[in-house]
Design a protein around this ligand. Structure first.
Ligand code: CU
Ligand code: ZN
Length: 198
């Protein structure tokens, strides 16, 4: 091979390596903006992963059942409850009670309202209220009711205000939101125990 030819081969090899060398950082740069756009949603969704749930049951033969799910938020917890099997339309007191024990026939084993700060009973919108005061569930003529809300006085995670291990009570009557210490909501129709989901 003539000398100038092998020099040309060498030159083109150098050119090729240079091209490849320049090309790869460029293509490596490209996916980065995409990754930056995709990343924020999982970060924003992260605080809302902890949940806890209670399944409510009425007295035997009542046909009453329900669920409530609590979801940790930046300022406490949000909740979503559904009740089924009531005999008609009405407004029913609905609270978190101190003890996750539904063993007694009248559900009084669940104790009084969850009240870690030793305050007065109130409406869910009152500054002074029990941590357990969720107000009333409005039930329609088909016997179904649901309730959505959030509270800065409860948490899903461990601590004095945690709902895990507490009782949930649906009452026969309406919580008047002022009578002490229970809102005069009457007998207990259904009970459930809050369990952490993890
Ligand atoms: Cu109650
Ligand atoms: Zn209360």
């Amino acid at each position: 091979m003539p000398r100038h030819r092998s020099f040309l081969v060498l030159l083109s090899l150098v050119a090729l390596v240079t091209l490849l060398g320049c090309g790869s950082p460029e293509s490596a740069d490209e996916p980065e903006p995409v990754a930056a756009v995709v990343e924020p949603p999982p970060v924003a969704a992260a605080p809302a992963t902890a949940t806890a749930t209670a399944a409510l049951s009425g007295h035997e033969g009542s046909g009453i059942s329900g669920t409530i799910t609590f979801t940790e938020t930046a300022e406490g917890a949000s909740y979503e409850a559904h009740i089924n099997g009531l005999s008609g339309a009405g407004s029913h007191g609905f609270h978190i009670h101190q003890t996750g024990d539904c063993s007694s026939d009248d559900f009084k084993s669940a104790g009084g309202h969850f009240n870690p700060a030793d305050t007065l009973h109130g409406a869910p919108t009152d500054d002074e209220r029990h941590a357990g005061d969720l107000g009333n569930i409005e039930v329609d003529e088909s016997g179904h009711g649901s309730l959505l809300g959030s509270s800065n006085l409860i948490t899903v995670g461990a601590g004095a205000n945690s709902v895990v291990g507490r009782g949930i009570i649906l009452h026969e009557g309406t919580d008047d939101l002022v009578s002490q210490p229970t809102g005069a909501a009457g007998a207990r129709l259904a009970c459930g125990v809050v369990q952490g989901d993890s």
